[in-house]
Design a protein around this ligand. Structure first.
Ligand code: ZN
Length: 303
């Protein structure tokens, strides 16, 4: 995971107008940087602006795509864990059919074979995750459970809880952490945090995104880990509003949409819209079409 732009990434700060002329600082906009396959790419962190939530739901993309400060942290840049014992030879569940129509979605990352296929999670093995529940606001854990259940229903992906963790959010989170998690990819970290603990959270209600690893050949890039970080201070405030539980749920589902591989989308009714009109409570038809393209497909039979 990295919020810091790595070498070759433009670190210029962006400004965006919010509501009645407030100016909110966004983190650096994503830049595509040439990365040799099969290198590791950092977590794509996509942020939900706190001020924007207060004004409706406005998102800013904050990502460092490319080589970040983590680049030397892998124990050998080509390190790969063994194929997990719970990797099946067929997708674990059938995804929902995509709604009719077209478009209404964008992807965080495309395969590096020029096919236009989005990078996705392996549908044939469960996505392991850990939760650090410390400071969860009212309804926060329920919103996480609901978001996972909804994403499982839509995509056919399966999530497996590895329990709670005391792992704190940090930049440079390794994709493999043998000391903590053994010979496997780090499980997705779901954590409630705040700007005091994790300064990058300042100004955001949530930060979420996956991390991809390249395969042996072009077109085999896949997501292997990621984070969903939720601003416990901001969500605790939102939870007190009349429609607080729906808004907290929308924030969490939005971040899980990023974890699945969706980028921001400008359709008015999209849950992934950075400037939605109102507070979408669930994925819109366009979001579902995008999630359908992130679902199913062949298994990855290595690491
Ligand atoms: Zn977002």
């Amino acid at each position: 995971m990295s919020l810091d732009p790595g070498p070759g990434v433009d670190a210029a700060q962006s400004q965006v107008s919010v509501g009645s002329g407030d100016v909110v600082r966004l983190l650096p906009q994503p830049r595509h940087v040439a990365v040799n396959t099969p290198s590791r790419r950092p977590v794509l962190l996509v942020a939900l602006l706190v001020a924007a939530v207060l004004a409706g739901l406005l998102c800013g993309v904050a990502a460092g795509r490319g080589h970040g400060p983590w680049a030397g942290t892998l124990a050998g840049r080509w390190a790969r864990p063994a194929l997990p014992a719970d990797a099946a030879r067929a997708p674990l569940a059938v995804p929902l059919a995509a709604p009719s129509g077209s478009g209404g979605y964008r992807f965080l990352e495309l395969e590096d074979d020029g096919s236009g296929t989005p990078v996705r999670w392996d549908p044939c093995r469960p996505i392991h995750y850990v939760i650090r529940p410390d400071g969860a606001p009212p309804g926060g854990l329920a919103a996480v459970r609901s978001a996972i259940a909804r994403l499982e229903q839509v995509t056919g992906l399966r999530f497996t809880s590895d329990g709670t963790t005391d792992e704190a959010p940090r930049t440079g989170r390794p994709s493999m952490d043998r000391a903590r998690y053994g010979d496997r990819w780090s499980p997705v970290l779901i954590a409630f945090t705040d700007p005091t603990e994790f300064p990058s959270m300042a100004g955001f209600a949530g930060l979420g995104g996956p991390e991809s690893i390249g395969g042996n050949d072009p077109g085999e890039r896949r997501y292997v880990t990621g984070v969903v970080l939720l601003n416990r201070e901001n969500l605790a405030q939102i939870a007190t509003w009349d429609d607080g539980s729906a808004r907290v749920e929308a924030v969490v589902r939005h971040e899980f949409g990023h974890l699945a591989g969706l980028d921001h989308e400008n359709d008015d009714d999209s849950l992934m819209n950075p400037r939605p009109d109102g507070t979408p409570a669930d994925y819109a038809p366009g979001d579902l079409r995008g999630l359908a393209k992130l679902s199913g497909g062949p298994c990855f039979r290595d690491y």
